[in-house]
Ligand binder design. Sequence first.
Ligand SMILES: *Cc1c(COP(=O)(O)O)cnc(C)c1O
Length: 357
Amino acid sequence: MSRFLLPRLSAVAPYVPGEQPQDLDTYVKINTNECPYPPSPRVLEALDGESARRLNLYPDPTCDELNRALAALYGLKKGQVYVGNGSDEVLAFAFMAFCDEAHGCMFPEISYGFYPVYARLFASPAREVPLNRDFTLPVEPFIGVGRTIFIANPNAPTGIALPLKDIERIVRGNPQNVVVIDEAYIDFGGESARGLIDRYDNLLIVGTFSKSRQLAGGRLGYALANEALIADLNRIKFSFHPYNISRLTLAAAVMAVRDTEYFAACVEKIKKTRARVASALAEMGFEMTDSKANFLFVKPPVGTGEQYYRALKEKKVLVRHFPDPRICDYARVTIGSDGQMDIFLEKTREYLREAGA
Ligand SMILES: *Cc1c(COP(=O)(O)O)cnc(C)c1O
């Protein structure tokens, strides 16, 4: 840290991303919830042509084609869609737009690790609401709070989904505040709140192409909301970074939306693998939440989450664990390909044997 950094910023503890080893062939990498399958052949084709030849030119700052494609996909108007450089950027812009010293924010104590980081970055007082003992979300504390609310649904890293009627209660219960529903994992289960957009002008849905659309490396996130909220996000984007999505990513993302068959096949595959891995782990004595996401949140029968993580890493399998004492007994395991999960299960059996379970 230099002596020039603003005091406010020196107090921000940055987000710590999951490990991203660059020797990808060394590890079974199931630690950051990416899709194990490559982008569809049609997406790769789209990257080969026009978009690459035109890299000398700036991309479309209005992202018109992609907004249209997403609007068509979700049955919305183009003005109800916004796209950003990863949903992290969309979330950051939402904090920038709706949270500051005078406008607090609120989110569950155990949720996506970026929310408290953004709260600090934008100097917004944060209220963190404890989850129930079983990691479900209590609705009552989120009613009438006078703060901007951020809820991941399904939640991370627990994978637990909040029923749509509870989401609606929270949105309806805070008419003077924006309620952001982060649907990063919605394609793997749970009910989207998309259908509520026309009824509630304070609902902002955020999504990503990183988890279910094979584009984590392309960086593409989106927001769905009424036109006024979308205009707020555009106001920030055009005051900050108008060319925030590269030509290559725009081309890839448009095709990823259009290739609905490939998308559906990948999601189905992940859900099937998730069920298989969950029952294999349950048989070994693991406890786990009812995850609707592309990961399992599991408690090994012996050892802490960190011990399990370390043992698996030795065996060249990367999962994620969390230092927070409330969840330190758990590990989060991304659902990879069947081949990857077979290795994971085999190494897990080894771990249990070695731990004397
Ligand atoms: C992965 C994730 C994101 C970030 O996704 P990007 O689009 O890759 O920035 C946001 N929210 C939640 C809950 C996530 O799990």
